[in-house]
Structure formats: structure tokens, C-alpha cells
Design a protein around this ligand. Structure first.
Ligand code: SAM
Length: 280
């Protein structure tokens, strides 16, 4: 059923091997060729699932040349699957030039749905998921990082970054500096694996937890930031938000906002608007 001449985009697990789909294994078994980011790395995964299909390497350094050759394979009626080391190909992984080239050449590209760290992290983060912006990795150098975050400072969408363990403290520090100490941050680490952890709090709180605990600086990380909220940025403290959240469980929002404003010396309208925006 799956042996159409096409390039198949096949996600692989991001940690837990059970997260591969039945269809993914079927496609990997039936295609003539699997283009892998790293043939040795994927070799282990493929042999775990009993897949013996021929492999070829396709990585950042040979992608353009390889793309031409893969098109020539499709032209001979062969079918090809693309996988990366983990998760969905093309998402902070190679494959964009290949897909573009294959489409330009008039061949089918068939995507399979599957594991992706960004979406997995967002789905359990508790941050707004109606609008989000996937930003890949923040630049390694501080100036680049600051510039990138400055571009995003007033973006109202949830921001999603991939992060490496040895840069996490630097990136969180830049987030505190540019997005502000009070920006809500969620850090998802080691998703689908034994030490899966979610840390959430203000940017300052998450930075402190990560700095104080070297275990939080290990493994694979997705960092997410709440989008920009004008009301909060101007005057609402986390303590006032906590009070409002508690009061609103017992009182109408208007009354809860008025009381929280009185307790914390804030304008009731700002808290009321904040409550409406957050769906309290
Ligand atoms: N294509 C992959 C995907 O669909 O998620 C991402 C590949 S990118 C080169 C690798 C980065 O993804 C890691 O540095 C980390 O930021 C994130 N990542 C991958 N697996 C993860 C996991 N199990 N837990 C948390 N983050 C993960």
C-alpha cells in the first residue's frame, strides 16, 4: 500500500522507542532507500525495528548534492524515506533543500506525522498553545542571542526554543535580560525519557533553579516563554497574579480584580483586563 514512488518524510522517536508509528516502520521497510542524517546512529534504531533497507547519508554538508542524486533515484521509479537522528526531519534538522528539490522536480513528498520535541513540550507546558512561534536554537554568541530576543520581545505568541545543555544558563540569562525577570518560562527536559522534567516559573526563578542544580543542565531541552503581555509588563506582579487566581475561584472576576488590586496597591482595571486576557 505504501509503495508509491515518492519521498516519505518519516519522524522517529525523541527518546522513547515506542513512539514510532506502525506506519513509519511499514514505510521504512518498503522503500528502496533511507536517507539518514547519520547512518551509524540511525542504523541502531533501524536494526532495533528489524528494518534492513539500504541507507544513504544526507546531512547539512552534502544535502544539495545528495538531493540531485535522490531525485535521479525517484526518476527511476524508486521510493525514498528521509529520517533524522530524532524527531521530525526538517525541524531544526536537514531536509529542507531535499524536499524543495524533489517538489520542484515534480515528485510526490508524503509526510508521516510523529514525534517532535517542540510540539510535545508545548502540549504539556501550560502556556497558551493557540498561537506560538517555533524559533529553533538561539544563537550561540551573546550578541546574536540578545539581538534575536530583542526582535521577539513584544511578540504576543508563546515562544519555543531548542536548547543545548551547555548553553542553557547563558540562554536563560539572556532571556531574563531581554524578555524581563517576570516573563513566564517553562523548561521541558528529557521528554519521553526516564528523567523527563518540566520546570516553570518566572525567568529569574527558572534560571536560579537551573544554576543551582547541575542535573538541570543535562540532557535535551526545549525552552518556552509566555508571549508578551502589555498589562503584566507594566505593573502586575506575580504575587498579585497569584492572589487574583485564588480569589477568582470564589468570586466573579470583577470583584476578584478589585480585591487583588486593593491588596497589592494596583489598578483594578489592569488586573481585570489581565484576568480577561488569561480567561480567568
Ligand atoms: N527534529 C527534532 C524534533 O522534531 O524535535 C529536533 C532536532 S534538533 C537537532 C535537537 C533538539 O531538539 C535538542 O537539542 C533539543 O532542544 C530538542 N529535543 C530533541 N529531543 C528532545 C527530548 N527528548 N527532550 C527535550 N528536547 C528534545
Amino acid at each position: 500500500m505504501e509503495h508509491t514512488t515518492a519521498l516519505y518524510i518519516v519522524p522517529t522517536p525523541i527518546g522513547n522507542l515506542d513512539d514510532i508509528s506502525t506506519r513509519a516502520i511499514e514505510v521504512l521497510n518498503q522503500v528502496n532507500l533511507i536517507a539518514c542524517e547519520d547512518t551509524r546512529h540511525s542504523g541502531k534504531l533501524l536494526s532495533h525495528f528489524g528494518v534492513e533497507t539500504r541507507k544513504t547519508a544526507l546531512h547539512d554538508h552534502n544535502e544539495r548534492d545528495r538531493a540531485q542524486w535522490i531525485v535521479s533515484q525517484l526518476e527511476q521509479g524508486l521510493s525514498v524515506a528521509l529520517i533524522s537522528d530524532a524527531g521530525t526531519p526538517l525541524i531544526s534538522d536537514p531536509g529542507y533543500h531535499l524536499v524543495n528539490h524533489v517538489r520542484q522536480a515534480g515528485h510526490r513528498v508524503i509526510p508521516l506525522p510523529g514525534a517532535c520535541a517542540a510540539i510535545t513540550a508545548l502540549s504539556a507546558s501550560g502556556l497558551p498553545s493557540d498561537r506560538f512561534s517555533f524559533e529553533g536554537f538561539l544563537p550561540a554568541k551573546e550578541k546574536g542571542r540578545i539581538d534575536k530576543l530583542t526582535e521577539l520581545v513584544e511578540d504576543p505568541r508563546t515562544l519555543i526554543f531548542y536548547e543545548s545543555p551547555h548553553r542553557i544558563v547563558h540562554s536563560l540569562t539572556s532571556i531574563v535580560t531581554v524578555l524581563g525577570e517576570q516573563r513566564q518560562v517553562v523548561m521541558a527536559r528529557e521528554l519521553t525519557k526516564t528523567f523527563e522534567t518540566f520546570l516553570s516559573g518566572t525567568a529569574t526563578e527558572v534560571l536560579k533553579t537551573v544554576q543551582d542544580d547541575p542535573n538541570q543542565q543535562r540532557g535535551e531541552i526545549v525552552l518556552m516563554c509566555h508571549g508578551y503581555r502589555a498589562e503584566q509588563a507594566s505593573e502586575i506582579s506575580p504575587e498579585a497574579i497569584k492572589t487574583l487566581t485564588i480569589l477568582v475561584q470564589e468570586l466573579p472576576l470583577k470583584k476578584a480584580a478589585a480585591l487583588a488590586a486593593q491588596i497589592h496597591g494596583l489598578k483594578k482595571n489592569a488586573l481585570y483586563k489581565y484576568g480577561l486576557a488569561e480567561g480567568l
